[in-house]
Design a protein around this ligand. Structure first.
Ligand code: NAP
Length: 251
């Protein structure tokens, strides 16, 4: 019997796949059988090599997602090179830290443009393709700050709270069209994005003290959740935000 988690024959687009969570997600999808288009402003050559070593096809699509200029080209390149696609993972994201009283317009716009505006328009471009090709799976990367306020990261909190609402809206509009739109909310994962927190002894200790699992997450901890949401096992899961957080939200 075929596993409901098997992604053989599927093609995924993963943004920000050169490092961190995006790289781990791309490799996990490939391990489950998918071919992967790795999208980003920095070359994902290392991720492509890891996927090819698993016997899957992988391509690098160079794209800077700080504007929506590349979104249609990303879809076209995936279709032209890999013959179509079934899965989109919106992972690329940035964070800017400053007290709310000092927060600049530039830091507001940069984070909202990359983390929210480009995500919506890439969903739109992908959704248009999926609607004409039997549906698909869209997985947005949310955050604990989809549920909580955080501190010193106003544009990041706004963007990730927006991702929660957008995920539900798109699920409402597209569920009947065969597209599953869901999100994964990682807890505290050791990557470039959280390097400043890990380096701050006081913040690092307070974070660790609060995580029931007692450790920072590893990017590979996201693999099971993304494979599930990308697979037919999740065909009736819609608009869900799946926390992978070592128990952080349960505290
Ligand atoms: P990361 O190591 O900093 O990776 C971020 C990725 O996004 C990189 O591939 C980066 O490319 C890419 N990216 C940023 N701006 C881009 C742009 N303008 N165009 C194209 N790609 C761009 O951080 P991460 O922790 O893996 O973050 C991945 C996602 O998880 C983000 O959405 C983040 O908000 C989310 N997240 C992380 C945590 C955590 O604890 N780490 C928790 C919750 C949510 P470059 O290498 O070129 O910068």
């Amino acid at each position: 019997m075929t596993s409901p988690f098997d992604l053989t024959g599927k093609v995924a687009i993963v943004t920000g796949a050169n490092t961190g969570i995006g790289q781990a997600i791309a490799v996990a999808l490939a391990r489950a059988g998918a071919d992967v288009a790795c999208v980003g402003r920095t070359s994902a050559a290392e991720t492509v090599a890891q996927i090819e070593a698993l016997g899957r096809r992988a391509i690098n699509i160079a794209a800077d997602l700080s504007t929506i200029a590349p979104v249609n080209r990303i879809v076209d390149e995936a279709v032209d090179t890999l013959g179509g696609f079934d899965i989109l993972v919106n992972n690329a994201g940035i964070i800017r830290r400053a007290d709310a009283v000092d927060f600049s317009e530039a830091d507001w716009d940069a984070v909202i443009d990359t983390n929210l505006k480009s995500v919506f328009f890439l969903c739109q471009a992908a959704g248009r393709h999926m609607i004409g090709h039997g549906g698909g799976k869209i997985i947005n990367i949310a955050s604990m700050l989809t549920f909580q306020g955080g501190i010193r990261v106003p544009s990041y909190t706004a963007s990730k709270s927006g991702i929660g609402g957008l995920t539900k809206l798109l699920a409402n509009e597209w569920a009947r069209k065969g597209i599953n739109v869901n999100a994964i909310a990682p807890g505290y994962i050791a990557t470039n994005n959280t390097a400043a927190l890990q380096a701050d002894e006081v913040r690092n200790k307070s974070i660790l003290d609060r995580i029931p699992a007692g450790r920072w997450g590893d990017a590979s901890d996201l693999g099971g959740a993304v494979v599930f949401l990308a697979s037919s096992a999740a065909d009736y899961v819609q608009g869900h935000i799946l926390a992978v957080d070592g128990g952080w939200l349960a505290r």
